[in-house]
Write a protein that binds this ligand. Structure first.
Ligand code: BEZ
Length: 236
């Protein structure tokens, strides 16, 4: 790619750019191999670095929790396959951190030494680094559409409660046709779609249909935590 070539970066609501890649779990065809599941595609700057190691141990420890919410994980860095394999082996055999030990990373980690995928997904951000991917997180839904994008700098490890909260919130918003207010967590009230006309809005504000309306454009309703989690989590 030429230095000043304008690239179109993935955006929320658009199809996830396609690629084939070699990973620690064999070849993948993204996002086709993940149709029917949610998938989080995330990048890290480099193998054998401390923040990335803490993140990988946390992701691997939470993998089953993400899987219960029908979500697979795929990692990427611009390191090669043998570096990935050696790093993941070191994590399993040597690193004990915050009660995590003997941690096996079972999800695929993409080798991207050409930076082809990293560039396609806007993971190389030259103000931060020309040679390493930033900490990007792409949530791709079961139809292959990008639903959320997060970027963190090299020096800041991600918040995994937030990564999980986003996944549950996206799925709950879809399933119950609602939106989630600031800091929403399962069990909190949710926002019902804005009424289409003034008349409907007035009716809504005056009725006792279980809504709490703060004004004509801002109504919430209760959504039970069990109802949310039962709708999302796979029964094992
Ligand atoms: C880290 O994961 O610790 C790290 C990686 C690249 C730059 C700075 C920190």
């Amino acid at each position: 790619m030429e230095e000043n070539q304008v690239v179109s970066l993935p955006r929320i609501g658009e199809a996830a750019p396609e690629f084939k890649a070699v990973t620690t779990q064999g070849e993948i065809n993204f996002p086709a191999d993940y149709k029917g599941s949610w998938v989080i595609l995330f990048s890290h700057p480099a193998d054998f670095t401390p923040v990335c190691t803490s993140e990988f141990m946390t992701f691997a420890t939470m993998e089953d929790k993400f899987a219960e919410a029908n979500c697979k994980l795929v990692g990427l860095s611009v390191d090669g396959l043998y570096s990935h394999i050696a790093w993941l082996r070191t994590i399993k055999e040597k690193i004990q951190y915050k009660g995590m030990k003997d941690v096996e990373v079972k999800f695929p980690l993409i080798e991207d030494i050409t930076m082809e995928v990293a560039k396609k997904y806007g993971m190389i951000q030259p103000g931060e680094s020309n040679t390493k991917a930033v900490r990007a997180v792409f949530y791709v839904d079961p139809k292959g559409v990008i639903r959320t994008i997060l970027y963190y700098p090299l020096s800041l490890g991600r918040n995994f409660d937030e990564l999980y909260r986003v996944l549950i919130a996206l799925q709950a918003a879809d399933k119950f046709s609602v939106a989630m207010p600031a800091d929403w967590r399962p069990g909190d009230d949710v926002i019902v779609p804005t009424a289409g006309s003034c008349g409907v809005a007035k009716e809504r504000m005056e009725s006792t249909n279980g809504l709490t309306c703060y004004d004509w454009f801002f109504c919430t309703k209760k959504l039970d935590k069990d109802q949310v989690m039962n709708a999302i989590l796979k029964k094992s």
